[in-house]
Design a protein around this ligand. Structure first.
Ligand SMILES: Nc1ncnc2c1ncn2[C@@H]1O[C@H](COP(=O)(O)OP(=O)(O)OP(=O)(O)O)[C@@H](O)[C@H]1O
Length: 328
């Protein structure tokens, strides 16, 4: 059974096709990165998976349950970190956790969840309305973890976190994955997705343009990295048959070997040395993740702000599930 399975999932707002006929399968146990520039349709897709909004056409199942007709079964099994937490400002972090544990039927204690997300007890006793953005993100993540969900849906989870917080969040995702939880990780920041995800789907203007591993994306996009070698003399070079090498050129007196697989670097150098060619020096120029993002979306990733601003939604922001909200 797939953790997420969508068929022609579509959401249209007037003339805007926010999500355009997505067919996507996320296997159980995988960490799947859902990547796309701002406005690509990531949050809209997630909102349809959790029945916060209804598709215009198409359907989806989550953990084998119909996303529209078996919503309770879905929400009971899914932990959600929404883009823009719907918390109760005057209620404490601790109270939010108690509520999340109670409504998810969890057996953990609030303190255990606080530990996992790096929030201390003192902060947990303050009203969440006083929290910084990073603290809000942490308490929301803790709520999402309550009840040991089978699927974690994280919408821009690093939003508001500092570099240490981002690393801790990635570690949490790895821990969850190691314990068998499927993780659906949405972000517009490729580096964060690639750090934790087994596969990545790239969404652009509502369309799922590709689904692959990061390595597969590199190869398919044909944006390899380059090995620049300074060699003695002007030898004839034949690197045909070296796995991962996609081309050999000369530039400014150097030999430039293009490759899509990092293991090709050492193999190419060995081949040259075996052929009696003197390798005086070498350096590598790696294709960046930004190059990759740009190749698929036409969006200059460097110019995409690290924004956590979501487009509007049909419904008010949702509290982290398995939660309906944490009343006072
Ligand atoms: N309620 C709505 N009414 C009209 N248009 C909407 C509504 N909600 C979303 N949209 C539009 O749908 C498109 C997809 O928005 P969505 O929020 O899903 O993108 P996103 O990929 O999550 O973006 P971000 O990374 O900025 O959060 C955008 O063009 C957005 O303006």
């Amino acid at each position: 059974m797939a953790a997420i399975d969508t068929t022609n999932l579509t959401k249209q707002y007037g003339d805007v096709v926010a999500v355009d006929g997505i067919d996507l399968i996320v296997e159980e146990g995988e960490v799947f990165g859902f990547l796309g520039p701002n406005g690509a349709g990531k949050t809209t897709t997630i909102d349809m998976l959790l029945d916060f909004i209804r598709p215009t056409t198409g359907s989806a199942t989550v953990l084998g349950y119909d996303a529209q007709t078996e919503t309770d079964a879905v929400r009971d099994r899914v932990g959600i970190l929404p883009d823009g937490a719907g918390l109760y400002d005057r209620s404490t972090g601790y109270r939010h956790l108690e509520f999340a544990i109670e409504s998810s039927g969890g057996t953990e204690t609030p303190d255990e969840l606080l530990d996992r997300v790096g929030l201390d007890r003192e902060d947990a006793e303050r009203p969440v309305g006083d929290y910084s953005k990073g603290m809000t993100q942490r308490i929301t993540m803790a709520m999402a973890l309550a009840g040991d969900p089978d699927l974690l849906v994280l919408d821009e989870p690093s939003s508001g976190l500092d570099p240490i917080g981002i690393r801790e969040m990635q570690e949490l995702v790895r821990e969850e994955a190691a314990s068998g939880t499927t993780v659906f990780f949405s972000s517009h920041i490729l580096g964060q997705v690639s750090a934790v995800c087994d596969r990545v789907g790239i969404l652009d203007e509502g369309e799922l343009v590709t689904v692959d591993t990061i390595q597969g994306l590199r190869e398919a996009a044909g944006i390899g990295s380059r090995l620049v070698l300074e060699v003695g003399g002007d030898p004839t070079v034949d690197l045909s048959g070296v796995d991962g090498v996609t081309g050999v050129d000369r530039a400014d007196g150097s030999l430039v070997v293009s490759y899509t697989d990092a293991s090709a670097k050492a193999a190419a150098i060995h081949r040259l040395v075996d052929a009696g060619i003197e390798v005086l020096d070498f350096s590598t120029e790696e294709a960046t993740l930004e190059d990759l993002f740009e190749a698929y979306t036409g969006t200059d990733a460097a110019a995409v702000p690290d924004s956590d601003t979501a487009a509007g939604s049909e419904t008010p922001p949702q509290a982290a599930a398995n939660v309906g909200g944490a009343g006072e």
